[in-house]
Ligand binder design. Sequence first.
Ligand code: HEC
Ligand code: HEC
Length: 214
Amino acid sequence: MTKMLLPWLMLAALTPAAHAQDAEAGRAKAAMCIGCHGIPGYQNAFPEVHKVPMISGQAGGYLAAALQAYRSGERRHPTMRGIARALSDADIADLAAFYERDGAAGLQLKSVAARQPSARVTELLTQGACASCHGENLDQPIDPSYPKIAGQHPDYLLVALKAYQVQGGRVVGRDHPIMNGIVGQFTLAELRMLADHIGSLPGSLSTVPQSRWR
Ligand code: HEC
Ligand code: HEC
């Protein structure tokens, strides 16, 4: 019994709980986010045209980690760097709590049957052990600071995977030793196959339309 409880207690100690209070404060702060993250299908042009990621329903610990990485420059995307630079630690905690909770509506939107991966994609998923961290159906990460990736926009998934690549000894766009190592095992064509498959899976991420805010 004690043994089973321990990992839970450790997680609880490491991860600030998403308090309802923070989420309410986050709702007000999200006014500066909805112009992009509140419009389904909204596109961004850097480093190539792709859909802005769905963040409603994403793991709160991961949302906070991502915002901190933009703020510190470990993630180099210029628009999100500019936005994150203006955020305090409290802003980041509130926004993460808000967007994590905001996702509940997405669960119904995407409850379609999972598409079976091709034999080749199954090999790639096994080679990269993706589910060992991103969890069952790639939608239940084993740690709150790891992202859900199932059903995320495939063009964004590819942009994210490419950002973890290391070229000529330099990380392209995201310093993250775990994912830098993982994408290095794959060719661009393989990353594209992974992104297309993962993006086709049912998942709990969504974009909550902006009109819901009015
Ligand atoms: C001008 C459009 C725009 C605005 C405004 C904007 N974002 Fe973003 N956001 C993006 C784009 C584009 C990306 C993808 C960046 C990349 O490739 O790393 C992104 C990525 C993110 C990510 C990482 C998602 C992931 O899956 O890794 C988080 C978290 C995020 N934004 C939160 C916010 C929050 C919170 C706000 C408001 C404070 C905000 N964004 C405002 C365009 C925007
Ligand atoms: C050892 C754990 C681990 C494994 C194995 C792993 N990942 Fe990740 N992955 C992570 C972590 C942690 C992050 C968050 C990195 C960050 O904060 O930028 C991440 C981030 C990502 C992202 C970015 C998500 C976003 O919203 O921007 C994608 C896409 C991704 N992983 C896909 C994969 C795929 C595909 C595989 C298998 C080929 C894989 N991962 C294997 C831990 C892992």
